[in-house]
Design a protein around this ligand. Structure first.
Ligand SMILES: [Zn+2]
Length: 325
């Protein structure tokens, strides 16, 4: 039987959903991966209706999407800070040193195990885990993350560009979801690498470097192994670890933000964008001095809230030189 026939069978006869995938694969002469995939799709169709389409579910099935994002006083931008934990890849391999593992030797590819995320200056911590799903299927938590990303104007994570965003996009693609509405990217790892010669640029190190408490202690890779073995306590630890990372991320983001000149300007999100801090959106800014480029003059302001520097828009300046180098 192919996937479509299996899905039809499972919807008509729910009892198959309780049977092991291996047994079903043998009975219907199907591939075990097709059986696992079909069971997930059939379960979701039963849950959300037969017209179920992952693309729609990504929009409307999650209560999280109904949450109204509060705007903080300084800032009209919806800034989402998040972190995710992925499972290890399980594979057959011949040795323990440098190996190239062919796709057919992958037993279980990586998926997302847990996520945590919060909007800047809000107390609500959103989080999710794949612990109760069959084979830790991440469809539900990926849908929730999709909803959060779709709501945000700016997405912040540590190693966002190198890791989190690509991992997440891969899972969106896998589950057949559309791209969420566009958002701007802030990667605290890149800000740290660009601006600071700290010995390490890891989240844990940076957190302690700025005087915070660092990441939560755990038992290293054993935690991931125990999660994959279905150990409840380890899943709880994983989620708590994930949430603590987001709390530390927020602190690091706020500390690094005034130093960073490459991230998207916050002032564009304000109702009156002309006179507020480009780093945090505060109106509490003071004029410090005039500054010059080769051709223009600008007014330089410092923010009394975040201490970051912003220049007035070029339209306020006058052309200082008609000839350039
Ligand atoms: Zn500011």
């Amino acid at each position: 039987m192919d996937i479509n026939q299996l899905i039809e069978k499972f919807i008509k006869h729910n009892c198959y959903l309780e049977m092991g995938a291996g047994k079903i694969a043998k009975q219907f002469n199907s591939n075990i991966d097709d059986v696992i995939k079909s069971k997930i799709i059939a379960k979701n169709k039963l849950k959300y209706g037969t017209e179920y389409n992952p693309k729609d579910v990504a929009f409307k099935s999650k209560p999280i999407l109904q949450v109204t994002i509060k705007k903080d006083t300084n800032n009209n931008a919806k800034i989402l800070l998040f972190d995710l934990e992925t499972s290890p890849i399980i594979s057959y391999h011949w040795g323990t040193r440098k190996q190239f593992i062919q796709p057919e030797n992958i037993i279980r590819d990586w998926t997302i195990l847990t996520y945590a995320g919060k909007f800047l200056n809000e107390d609500i911590m959103y989080s999710g885990t794949a612990k109760d799903e069959e084979d830790f299927d991440d469809f539900n938590i990926v849908s929730e993350l999709w909803g959060l990303l779709d709501k945000c104007d700016i997405l912040v994570a540590h190693n966002l560009i190198g890791f989190d965003r690509k991992k997440l996009n891969a899972r969106f693609l896998f589950h057949g979801m559309n791209p969420p509405s566009p958002y701007k990217l802030v990667d605290t790892l890149q800000i740290a690498k660009t601006n600071f010669g700290t010995t390490y640029h890891k989240l844990d190190y940076l957190s302690k470097f700025i005087g915070s408490s660092g990441k939560m202690e755990h038992f290293g890779f054993d935690l991931w192994k125990k999660c994959m073995d279905g150990d409840e306590a380890s899943w709880e630890t994983m989620l708590a670890y994930n949430k603590k990372d987001v709390i530390e991320l927020e602190k690091i983001y706020l500390e690094l933000r005034p130093w960073d000149n490459r991230s998207p300007s916050i002032s564009i999100f304000q109702e009156d964008p002309s006179m507020c801090c480009t780093k945090c959106g505060s109106k509490n800014i003071v004029y410090k001095k005039d500054v010059y480029t080769n051709t223009r003059e600008f007014k330089l302001y410092q923010c009394n809230d975040c201490n970051g520097w912003s220049r007035s828009r070029s339209s306020e300046g006058k052309i200082k030189a008609l000839m350039t180098q």
